[in-house]
Design a protein around this ligand. Structure first.
Ligand code: MN
Ligand code: MN
Length: 446
């Protein structure tokens, strides 16, 4: 091969040792176990940030280089900021990730009794393969706002829920259907009780369950309309494989990038440009809404930290890594990937010039200059990275928050960890990639 040829290298061919990956993974697994919803991710990371010198931003206070603050948006999104040597107007370095993940949200009126069992009706959130969510243990998570305005935090390790699936013996008609149709959205109903209240005339089990809900949370059925309740997989995050080189867990898209960016920022003492880790909600449903990446909260945050500076100027001078996962080459499904332009497990974070679908529809498509800028940042710190697309040209597609950042006049490119089984209840990543992505975030933010 010509000495001018590009040879892709794995993290294992660098100075990386499994010890480094294991140590980092320990912290990451703990975060995954606790960060089961965007609200819980915010709570967990803010607590960790406070232990590391971050304080809630105070309007009007003068901050100096090295000061660490956070700004929370409605409990569901958060910006962690470390002030740089240069003023905010000189531009900021932003790592933007999302902390919402696909799941099954409860409908506003979820409780139903059918065949003397109580079922909770759901509406799935984000892109899921519905059949993957049946016959696995689920956990109820979220918040209920009571009539007096107080919030009830819903999370109980002692409670387990489940969606039933048809036994293979009687599934011949179901098995004739396509994967997409075998389980309908309306059939993702969660088993939630079976003991009747015999004193009631009708809906005996539902009555008994509503009594239990009242006892536990102090609410009536109608209060469930003022709640964000969701079912997430109740699966312990785990090390996978004989060599424990992989991580299996729910919600790695995109908490893997949120956590690596956050840890990278913790390592930065006084950055040159102000460094921001922005963790958004609602990416899985289009980044809309007050807590999504398209929200003007982002501009308000810039206005606050710059003391009323020129937002347009700040954005134009800024750089952003849109930190989100990519699809790693799966040996079981190699036909959807074009190997030369697909990320491989164990080859470091993947810089993705563009995502989108068909003819690059729905993406910001980073410029050559931006690709060079970030490539050199990585090379300077000996961070191993790879570049790739999201699957074959016409295989499908997807998007990230990159285009919403780029639309703000911020030079942006995607970077992230390659996953197997993305959006499944148990997603797989490589510890080596997680560690190298943390190094990539640090290199950019410092
Ligand atoms: Mn994502
Ligand atoms: Mn996703």
């Amino acid at each position: 091969m010509s000495k001018y040829a590009y040879e892709k290298k794995s993290v294992y061919q660098t100075e990386y040792t499994p010890d480094l990956g294991n140590k980092f993974a320990e912290k990451y697994l703990k975060f995954l176990k606790n960060g089961t919803t965007e609200r819980r991710c915010v709570d967990y990371l803010v607590a960790l940030a406070e232990q590391n010198g971050f304080t809630a931003f105070e309007k009007g206070k003068q901050y100096k280089a090295g000061d660490r603050v956070y700004l929370i948006n409605r409990g569901k999104a958060v910006a962690f900021v470390t002030f740089g040597r240069q003023p905010v107007e000189a531009g900021v370095h932003i790592a933007a990730a999302h902390i919402d993940s696909p799941r099954l949200d409860l409908k506003p009126n979820p409780v139903a009794e059918q065949e003397e069992l109580v079922l909770l009706k759901t509406h799935y959130y984000g892109g899921i393969k519905k059949y993957q969510w049946t016959a696995i243990p689920l956990s109820l998570e979220g918040v209920i706002i009571k009539k007096d305005g107080t919030a009830v935090d819903v999370h109980d390790d002692a409670l387990t829920f489940c969606i039933s699936d048809l036994l293979p013996h009687l599934a011949s008609a179901q098995c004739e259907k396509t994967l997409d149709k075998a389980i309908e959205g309306e059939d993702l109903r969660v088993l939630a009780g079976s003991i009747p209240d015999l004193e009631e005339q009708s809906d005996k089990v539902k009555s008994a369950i509503l009594d239990l809900i009242h006892e536990k949370y102090g609410i009536e059925e109608v209060d469930l309309q003022c709640a964000e309740l969701t079912m997430v997989p109740k699966l312990e995050p785990a090390e996978v494989g004989f060599d424990k080189s992989l991580i299996g867990a729910y919600g790695q898209d995109d908490r893997i990038c949120a956590f690596t960016a956050f840890e990278g920022l913790l390592d930065v003492e006084i950055p040159d440009k102000t460094a921001i880790v922005f963790l958004a909600d609602k990416e899985e449903i289009g980044s809309d809404g007050v807590s999504g990446m398209q929200s003007r909260f982002f501009e308000r945050m810039l206005s606050l930290i710059s003391g009323g500076g020129d937002i347009l100027e700040i954005c134009a001078n800024s750089k952003c890594l849109s930190a989100d996962v990519n699809a790693a080459l799966d040996p079981l499904y190699p036909s959807v990937s074009e190997k030369q332009n697909t990320c491989l497990l164990g080859y470091g974070p993947c810089i993705t010039k563009y995502t989108g679908a068909r003819g690059k529809s729905g993406t910001s498509d980073a410029s050559a200059e931006v690709m060079r800028f970030f490539s050199e940042i990585m090379r300077k710190d000996n961070v191993l990275f790879q570049t790739g697309e999201l699957g074959k040209v016409d295989a499908g597609g997807g998007g990230t928050v990159a285009m919403y950042m780029a639309n703000r006049d911020i030079d942006t490119v995607d970077i992230g960890v390659g996953l197997l089984s993305m959006h499944a209840p148990f997603e797989i990543s490589s510890k080596a990639d997680v560690y190298e992505t943390y190094r990539a975030m640090r290199a950019f933010l410092k």
